[in-house]
Design a protein around this ligand. Structure first.
Ligand code: HEM
Length: 153
């Protein structure tokens, strides 16, 4: 499981990078009234692919690292402890909502008329990125803090 945890921790940076690139593309597309380009498509495709991999790694951690067992042993106890509540409920739920938005965004952008694609990109991927940033256990979040870079012990 250590390998999965290290990968899950490191992949957050790919997600932040491709998420920001996608949102910046959406923003400059709306303000500059550009045509939807290959770079726009590539940025949100890579954002989606890394979110897919992260979901698979996250679910592996969730079911193998006793988080799901904690949930089964009683919701009341989990909700009383902020560390357990964060990883068992808040982190997992917000990240799954973000993942759904990323997929919904990809198909909304595909279906949209050319002049509306950047706006869809900005809204769907912008909200998804905000949720992701809010649900990461950054080191400054004292009760749930995890390192910025995790490596093998
Ligand atoms: C964009 C999506 C996600 C990002 C950016 C993300 C990021 C992170 C980060 C940075 C950590 C701390 C790793 C460390 O200890 O160094 C973490 C832990 C964790 N994540 Fe995620 N995560 C995402 C999605 C998910 C999903 C969808 C699930 C499960 C449904 C999940 C389950 C977990 C669990 C259970 C832990 C705690 C691992 C442990 O210490 O046992 N994550 N996540």
């Amino acid at each position: 499981m250590e390998l999965v945890l290290v990968l899950h921790s490191l992949l957050r940076w790919a997600i932040v990078f491709f998420g920001l690139w996608t949102v910046i593309n959406g923003f400059t597309g709306v303000t500059g009234k550009r045509l939807y380009s290959k770079s726009d498509n590539l940025s949100n495709l890579l954002f989606m692919i890394f979110c897919d991999i992260q979901l698979a790694l996250g679910l592996t951690l969730y079911f193998s690292n006793a988080w799901f067992d904690k949930l089964k042993s009683g919701m009341g106890n989990v909700m009383k402890n902020s560390y357990d509540r964060f990883f068992t409920v808040e982190h997992a739920l917000l990240m799954i909502i973000a993942w759904i938005l990323v997929h919904a965004g990809r198909s909304a952008v595909k279906r949209a008329a050319p002049e509306k694609k950047h706006k869809k990109m900005l809204v769907f991927f912008g909200i998804a990125l905000l949720l992701i940033l809010a649900a990461v256990p950054w080191p400054f979040r004292t009760e749930i803090a995890k390192p910025l870079f995790r490596w093998f012990n």
